[in-house]
Design a protein around this ligand. Structure first.
Ligand code: KE4
Length: 429
């Protein structure tokens, strides 16, 4: 490979000449933590290796997909077999039906499923479907939630949009953005007020049932149930964006964990086993309105392609039979406890929010329950912590407003090493 022997900094300088910001997704740039990005040569298990040969215990997990760890042998095996049979046909395959059936078994609210190529495509399709099915135009989202770079959803968005201070991106027509109403996560009254202000106008409410893109913020008791009731009372559809939480917080995602069924669900990340996949699914009467069975158009050249479908199927099969969720919960609890102890010992204000194997260490002394409280975090302190952890051989997401992910390839020894690095890093904050 032409660049296989250069340093991360060399590659960053070369990349910035031909790729905006030198990266193909903004959060990878390390800009928000005041560093230049590391460039990765390969990954295996719970580790990634940069082009200079340095190893890192990885809590990025490719922003969520790698729940089994990198280059899982069984996933690699099915991909090696599939690639010899062709990578994309542009015509349907049995594997796509198998994958849809596998999702339906884990997500009973998903009576039908349409595969796409990213979480953004999934949420974009869900919005169009909701608007087409209800004949209404308005959407409700929550400040700090991120649902991909869909025009209508880049309004007070989280993740990279928040990290780079563009929660309302230029390029989104004001007339369109004005159809998106923004509520406060964990605040049902803020949702009620919107429904009262716009009776019979709201097509759908979209929510990350466990927020991950403001950093992790669990739903308050009764919040998700309240959203479902408010949507039903007002003729609006409830969309759970489970791109991050699907197959992560439980086999059946947040809707299984909290026992609340949405009308539509969007999925991605883990569903592709590390290859590009998204999906939108839900009630049959809604999904059948998508072309070609209905008039609402949606399409994709590589949707359901054999490689992504093979990786996704193998991943779901392995998640179904393993005891991985208990292991992930135990490792998550160990990491959470250890981080809290070390922050306290160093006298650093730090609040850990965790749901299973997704967590965030907020550098604030306030309980984080929504975007406003998440934004009380000291992002400069987070940046110093990030840099010290990286120097200690631990890669956490390069932004305060993201989730850390633990995989099935992590073990006690990795948690111990992480906590050793954290002990030093908290002292540098
Ligand atoms: P993608 O289009 O990036 O596949 O998915 C968009 C998306 C939708 N919904 C939720 C809940 C998501 O978390 C995401 C994407 N997550 C970010 C990280 N928090 C992806 C990382 C990136 O933007 O590079």
């Amino acid at each position: 490979m032409k660049y296989s022997i250069r340093t991360s900094l060399d590659l960053y300088r070369a990349s910035r000449e031909v790729i905006p910001g030198g990266v193909n997704s903004p959060v990878r740039s390390f800009q928000s933590v005041g560093k230049s990005p590391i460039y990765i040569s390969h990954a295996k298990g719970c580790q990634v290796f940069d082009v200079e040969g340095k190893a890192y215990i990885d809590y990025l997990g490719s922003w969520g997909p790698m729940i089994l760890g990198h280059a899982n042998n069984e996933v690699v095996q099915v991909l090696m077999e599939q690639v010899k049979l062709g990578t994309s046909y542009g015509l349907p395959t049995g594997a796509e039906c198998e994958l849809a059936e596998a999702v339906r078994e884990l997500f009973p609210s998903v009576e039908m499923l349409r595969l796409v190529n990213s979480g953004t495509e999934a949420t974009m399709t869900a919005l169009r479907l909701a608007r087409g099915a209800t004949g209404r135009d308005r959407i409700i989202k929550f400040a700090g939630c991120y649902h991909g770079h869909v025009d209508s959803l880049l309004v007070e968005a989280g993740s990279g949009a928040a990290t780079f201070g563009v929660p309302n991106s230029p390029g989104v027509p004001e007339r369109l953005a004005n159809l998106t109403e923004v509520a406060r996560f964990n605040d049902l009254r803020s949702v009620e007020r919107i429904f009262e202000e716009f009776p019979n106008e709201v097509a759908a409410l979209i929510v990350e049932p466990v927020a991950g893109n403001m950093g992790v913020a669990p739903p308050a008791p009764g919040f998700l149930e309240g959203l479902k009731a408010l949507c039903a009372e007002n003729g609006a559809l409830l969309i759970f964006d489970e791109v991050m939480t699907g197959f992560r917080v439980s086999r059946g995602g947040a809707q299984e964990k909290y026992g609340v069924k949405p009308d539509l669900t969007t999925l991605g990340k883990i569903l592709g086993g590390g290859l590009p996949v998204g999906a939108v699914g839900g009630r049959r009467d809604l999904m059948e309105q998508l072309a070609p069975s209905g008039p609402i158009y949606q399409a994709g050249t590589l949707s359901g392609n054999p490689m992504a479908t093979a990786a996704g199927l193998k991943t779901l099969q392995m998640l179904r039979v393993s005891g991985i969720y208990e292991t992930l919960e135990n490792l998550g609890a160990e990491l959470e406890t250890g981080l809290n102890e070390r922050a306290a010992k160093a006298g650093v204000p730090c609040r850990i929010n965790r749901v299973g194997s997704m967590l965030t260490a907020f550098f604030t002394d306030q309980e984080v329950v929504d975007f406003d409280t998440a934004k009380t975090s000291d992002t400069e302190a987070f940046g110093r912590f990030f840099g010290a952890m990286l120097n200690g051989g631990v890669l956490i997401p390069p932004s305060q407003f993201e989730a850390w992910f633990i995989s099935g390839a992590h073990a006690d020894m990795h948690i111990r090493k992480t906590l050793e690095a954290a002990e030093r890093a908290f002292r540098e904050v």
